[in-house]
Design a binder for this molecule. Structure first.
Ligand code: BGC
Ligand code: MG
Length: 551
């Protein structure tokens, strides 16, 4: 396709540090825009919507997996790392995504799922045939215990034992997720080589970076030791829902293997000449931030790690956020976090935290002021709530397994709404879309939101623009945070300026003392509060950002 007619929204940055403080827009391709009328979003649909994405002012997109897949976990089960699934288009459509995004100054990050493949990947098909084929050691195979039960007590996040029996090999194989997602054996050098080759394939095609799925699951304990049980008071449901016994174990041996770092170093070295950046997902209910620190330390591992702390079930208080940021300073002082409130795995945050409109706005502004990079999940900019999906419409096997105590991830994956009056909200012309468009979302479509000066999309644009206008918010230092009357207060400094950031995370008024200094109002619609005589009155859920020059 030709992109000559496109006007670049922002210049394409060649800065190798572009990822620091970047705002990344996450696209779940099945649900973004269908261009073929089959009820499933696709790559050509993303191309169509890139002008809109660029208009939000984001630095990059992260596209959830679009590779060849039987779609048991909707693309997180890959059967060919180097091709596009026909339902999403073909390689030339991906080239058009890159070309168009770059013309708009937007970087493209793709989601590499390397810890496991689909059971339909030719590697697994071969590996599963016998104990002596070429790929016999490419997956994690183990004999049964003498009583026929699995080799150890490891659990799958999606329910039950992490081991599945294979009659052909008379052995068990490991799967941390679905039984159809066998775990690759990273102790086998040929596996690492094959995955590095796949990564190189996409770097050569022009991607600017990777979101790396579950990087702390890559290697397992070669001795297959049992995981210890966690005391009841240490069971934490930040990774798996509370009804999932996965939370009852400390995953000491099934993940976080020290040799993960060796592979990540190789991957980083491969990425270096391309100026590509990686954000690695590190899920761990006990040691999440510590691992984030470990995996992003120095300059030869991950650029950033995706943190789960703000994907929490409970609405964050000022104390909670201070505690998280203090921990980051403590265990990841040399590292880099990437924050998100919503994604394709959790209940959309306005519903999860039961947020008022003001609170939603405040959290958005806060995200843009936090040290780290930031991910926005499609539809978040419209303020969408979690969709209610009926049992008969469920697609997510995780939800089907744990229904109704945990309804799975379909409620955050329903299609994007573009136009309120159009069939399927402008997402698709199909009679039936893969998940139903939420009727409750229609009044918040992009078209309707754009036309309404009071809608949250305009706030998202302002908050993102604020971050883009102040380098201190992207790459500057952050002072230790303090909490006063439920308000979170900190300063960011860099590039000749200091920003005072205060956020009222309560339903009450607060009066704060602004530190002495020549603080000026900033030129942004996200904040209206201004101090008088050194006192700052903040209404419920009100932010205030002030600036001063540093000499
Ligand atoms: C992804 C999930 C996926 C899982 C297994 C995750 O962390 O975000 O959507 O089901 O990895 O690949
Ligand atoms: Mg389609």
């Amino acid at each position: 396709m030709t992109v000559q007619t496109l006007q670049a929204a922002q210049p394409f940055s060649r800065d190798p540090d572009w990822w620091r403080g970047a705002v990344i827009y996450q696209i779940y391709p099945r649900s973004y825009q269908d261009s073929t009328g089959d009820g499933i979003g696709d790559l050509a649909g993303i191309v169509k919507r890139l002008p809109y994405i660029a208009s939000l002012g984001v630095d990059a997109i992260w596209i959830s997996p679009f590779f060849t897949s039987p779609m048991k976990d909707f693309g997180y089960d890959v059967s060919d790392y180097c091709d596009v699934d026909p339902m999403f288009g073909q390689l030339s459509d991906f080239d058009a995504v890159i070309e168009t995004a770059h013309a708009y100054g937007v970087k493209v990050m793709i989601d590499l799922v390397m810890s496991h493949t689909s059971d339909q990947h030719p590697w697994f098909v071969e590996s599963a045939k016998s104990t002596d084929n070429d790929k016999a050691n490419w997956y994690v195979w183990a004999d049964a215990k003498p009583d026929g039960t699995p080799p150890n007590n490891w659990l799958s996040i999606f329910g039950g034992s992490a081991w599945q029996w294979s009659p052909a090999r008379m052995q068990y194989f490991l799967h941390n997720f679905l039984t159809s997602q066998p775990d690759l054996n990273f102790h086998e050098p040929a596996v690492q080589e094959a995955l590095l080759d796949a990564s190189k394939f996409w770097l050569e095609r022009g991607v600017d970076g990777f979101r790396l799925d579950t990087i702390n699951f890559y290697m397992h304990d070669a001795e297959l030791r049992d995981n210890p049980a966690l005391p009841t008071d240490q069971r934490n449901s930040s990774i798996a829902p509370a009804v999932n016994p996965y939370n009852w174990q400390e995953h000491l041996y099934s993940k976080n293997h020290p040799d993960n770092l060796k592979f990540l170093r190789k991957l980083r070295a491969l990425m270096q000449p391309y100026n590509a950046a990686a954000v690695g997902e590190v899920g761990d209910a006990q040691r999440g931030l510590e691992i984030l620190g470990e995996y992003t330390a120095g300059d030869d591992l991950m650029h950033m790690c995706y943190a789960f702390e703000l994907l929490s079930g409970d609405k964050p208080t000022a104390e909670y956020i201070k505690d998280v940021m203090d921990q980051v300073d403590d265990v990841a002082s040399d590292g880099w976090a990437c924050w998100a409130f919503s994604n394709h795995d959790v209940v959309r945050h306005p519903s999860r935290w039961n947020l008022s409109d003001d609170a939603q706005r405040m959290f958005t502004t806060l995200m843009m002021c936090l040290k780290g990079s930031a991910c926005i999940y499609q539809g978040e900019e419209l303020g969408l709530a979690e969709a209610d999906v009926a049992f008969e419409d469920l697609q997510d096997p995780y939800g089907i397994e744990f229904w109704p105590e945990f309804k799975g991830r379909d409620g955050c994956r329903t299609p994007m709404v573009w136009e309120s009056s159009n069939q399927n909200g402008g997402f698709s012309t199909a009679d039936k879309t893969w998940l139903p468009v939420s009727a409750d979302h229609l009044s918040q479509s992009v078209a309707q939101s754009e036309a309404d000066a009071g809608s949250i999309i305009h706030h998202y644009r302002c908050a993102i623009a604020l971050r883009q206008a102040h380098e201190a918010l992207k790459t500057g230092t952050c002072s230790p945070m303090s909490v006063d009357q439920g308000c979170l207060v900190f300063t960011r400094a860099g590039c000749g300026e200091e920003l005072y950031c205060a956020f009222n995370l309560t339903d009450d008024n607060a009066t704060l003392e602004v530190p002495v200094g020549d603080w000026q109002a900033i030129d942004s619609a996200v904040t209206e509060a201004a101090p008088q005589g050194g006192k700052l009155n903040l209404g419920p859920w009100q932010p205030c950002i002030l600036q001063r020059k540093l000499t």
